[in-house]
Design a protein around this ligand. Structure first.
Ligand code: P6P
Length: 356
C-alpha cells in the first residue's frame, strides 16, 4: 500500500469531524479513547493463555453469567480511559447492573457511552473471536450527572456506534452516520489502519446465522423462515444459504456484513426468554445502527430496532439483522404465522415506549 494511502483511524475520525464545522472535537476524542481501549484489550486477548488471564473470575454479572477475567479487564480499561476525559456524563456497561457515574472529581461532558466490553466472552477459553460493542448517545438532560433519561434513548438517536473484533486480526468498525468504516490493527505500528472504507452489505447473501439448537422454542413463523433460507419451502423454493454460527455476535455480524447474510436470535418460549437473549442497549442498538449505515436492516420481528423506545437498561429483544430483503421476509413469516406472539410482544413493545 503506497504510504500516501495509509489512513490511521485518528486521521479518518478527524477528516470525518471536518464535515461538521460546529464539532468541538470532544466527540472525535471520545472515538480516539475507544480505539486506545481496543488496542489495550487486543493486547490481552491475543495473549490471554500466556498471561494466565483465562478462566472465570469470581464475579457474576447482572444476567448471572460467570464473568470471564478478560471481560472484567476489558470493562475496567474502557471505564478508566473514559471517566476522566470530561466527554461523558454517564456510562453504562453490560457488566454493571446500573449506570456508571462519572467520579465527582472529574468534569462532565455531553455524551453517554454504552458498551459490552467483551461480547461472546464465553468463547475466550476456546480461542474463538470475541468483540467489544459500543454505542454513543448525546445527553438529553441539561447538566449534572447523566441519568437514565440520557441513556434510555431509541437507537434512532445514536450519534455513533461500532465494534472491535479480536480475531485472526483485530479490527475496529464504526459509523458516525457517514458510512461504516473498518480499520485493521497493525500491531507493529500500534495503529488501526483503514482497511475497509465505506462497507456496504453485498446485495446477495451467502449465510444465515442462528442457534438451531433452540428451534423447538421458536415460533412457527421463525421456523418457516429458517426452512425458506435453507431452500426447503415448497411454496417458494430458493437457493439455500449456508449456515454459519459462531456464537459470538460480533463475529457472526461482521462476516455477514462483509459477505452478506442474516443473523437472528429470535424470542423463544422458554421461561425468562420471551423476548430473546440479545440486549437492546448493549448489542442490538449498535448492530442496528451499523446495519442502517451499511445498507442493511435490523428488526425485532415487528419493526426496526432503531425505533424501539427502551424502558430498562438490560432489556432484551429479538434480533434479525442483515440483508434487508431477508430480514423483511422474516417479518412476513412472523406476521403470517405468529399472531399470538405478535400480540404479546407488540404489547410489550408498546409498554416499553410508554416507559415500561
Ligand atoms: P447462544 C454471547 O453471550 C452472546 O450474547 C452473543 O455474542 C452470541 O451471538 C450469543 O450470545 C450466543 O448465544 O445461546 O447461541 O450461545
Amino acid at each position: 500500500m503506497p504510504l500516501a494511502n495509509i489512513t490511521t483511524i485518528e486521521r479518518h475520525i478527524l477528516d470525518q469531524q471536518k464535515r461538521f464545522p460546529s464539532a468541538t472535537g470532544e466527540f472525535t476524542e471520545l472515538l480516539y479513547d475507544i480505539a486506545l481501549a481496543a488496542k489495550m484489550i487486543a493486547r490481552e486477548t491475543t495473549r490471554a493463555g500466556l498471561a494466565n488471564i483465562l478462566g472465570e473470575s469470581e464475579g457474576t454479572n447482572f444476567y448471572g453469567e460467570r464473568q470471564q477475567k478478560l471481560d472484567v479487564y476489558a470493562d475496567e480499561v474502557i471505564m478508566s480511559l473514559n471517566e476522566g476525559t470530561q466527554r461523558l456524563c454517564a456510562m453504562a456497561s453490560e457488566e454493571h447492573d446500573d449506570l456508571i457515574e462519572i467520579p465527582t472529581q472529574f468534569g462532565l461532558g455531553k455524551y453517554v457511552l454504552l458498551f459490552d466490553p467483551l461480547d461472546g466472552s464465553s468463547n475466550i477459553d476456546v480461542n474463538v473471536s470475541v468483540g467489544t460493542i459500543f454505542a454513543i448517545h448525546r445527553r438529553v438532560t441539561p447538566s449534572g450527572q447523566g441519568t437514565m433519561a440520557d441513556v434510555l434513548q431509541a437507537g434512532r438517536r445514536l450519534v455513533a456506534a461500532g465494534y472491535v473484533i479480536y480475531g485472526s486480526s483485530t479490527m475496529m468498525v464504526y459509523s458516525a452516520g457517514q458510512g461504516v468504516h473498518g480499520f485493521t490493527l497493525d500491531p507493529a505500528l500500534g495503529e488501526f489502519l483503514l482497511s475497509h472504507p465505506d462497507i456496504r452489505v453485498p446485495d446477495t447473501a451467502k449465510f444465515y446465522s442462528a442457534n438451531q439448537g433452540n428451534e423447538r422454542y421458536w415460533t412457527d413463523g421463525v421456523r418457516g423462515f429458517t426452512r425458506w433460507l435453507q431452500g426447503m419451502d415448497p411454496d417458494d423454493p430458493r437457493k439455500p444459504l449456508s449456515g454459519r454460527y459462531i456464537g459470538s455476535l460480533v463475529t457472526d455480524f461482521h462476516r455477514n456484513l462483509l459477505q452478506g447474510g442474516v443473523f437472528y436470535y429470535p424470542a423463544d418460549s422458554r421461561e425468562g426468554a420471551p423476548y430473546g437473549k440479545m440486549r437492546l442497549m448493549f448489542e442490538a442498538q449498535a448492530m442496528a445502527y451499523l446495519a442502517q449505515h451499511a445498507g442493511a436492516y435490523a428488526s425485532d420481528g415487528i419493526g426496526d430496532i432503531l425505533d424501539v423506545v427502551p424502558h430498562s437498561l438490560h432489556q432484551r429483544t429479538p434480533v434479525f439483522v442483515g440483508n434487508r430483503d431477508l430480514v423483511e421476509r422474516a417479518e412476513a413469516f412472523i406476521r403470517a404465522s405468529d399472531a399470538d406472539w405478535l400480540e404479546t410482544f407488540g404489547a410489550y413493545r408498546a409498554r416499553s415506549a410508554a416507559g415500561g
